[in-house]
Design a protein around this ligand. Sequence first.
Ligand code: ZN
Length: 267
Amino acid sequence: METALPSTTLNCTQCGGELHPDEGQLFLTCPYCAAAVYVDKSRVVFHWHLAPTLNPDQARGALFRWMSSNATVKDLDKKASINDSSFSYFPMWHIKSRQGAKEVITLEPAAAITITELRTLSLPAGDLRKYDSALDSQSVPPTVPLQTALGWANQQNPGGSILETALVHIPVYTYKYVYNGQTYTAIVEAGTGKVFANIFPAKAEAPYLLVGLLTAGVYLCLAAIPVFGAISGDETFMMTGVAICSGVGLVAFPFLFALAAWVAAKV
Ligand SMILES: [Zn+2]
């Protein structure tokens, strides 16, 4: 019987040398030039990693700074309880494309992740290092094919021509924390200390809206008094109205301002 399929030869991205990965082997080092490469289907791409600059304590510090920032609900750092944390190298497809005159880098997750925000990470140029097999035990294997990621990248930058693709493993601390009985996930990227979280306890908008509506209501009421005066044609009534408005407006303003400040401090 004849085998219809031609045998595929894989060549190193850097030196062109022939590669013979073992069955199931994903991450390999070229035996000729020592380049770290990744074999996706029949394509060979460079394989990099970003070195962590944060230790677990520093990563936790970055998480708490984010929790106490204005982006989240007040006192989240005190009210949340962290019940799980883990470290891993998460795979991202690093796609360099040309868009007119400029080069664009797109990052797409190479494995399932709930925090899709991670794609907005900007990798510090020049900090990428050759992937090392010593990281294997902490590395999440890629499950998203490069072709899929190229499709996503094309949606973001339509019409761009692909210049280079690579696999990058990014060091991340993943935290699970509980707030008000609900569990949330946050990621601290350990190369830059940036915090990523798609869903988190945010400041409630309703109290702000209420203060805004109340303020608008009070001033609308006041503004109506001289208008009624004008409509009735009674000049004295209109002038009295203007006087009442300015007076009450001046008195009301500090109260409304204080209310707004109180809401801002509480929420
Ligand atoms: Zn090579």
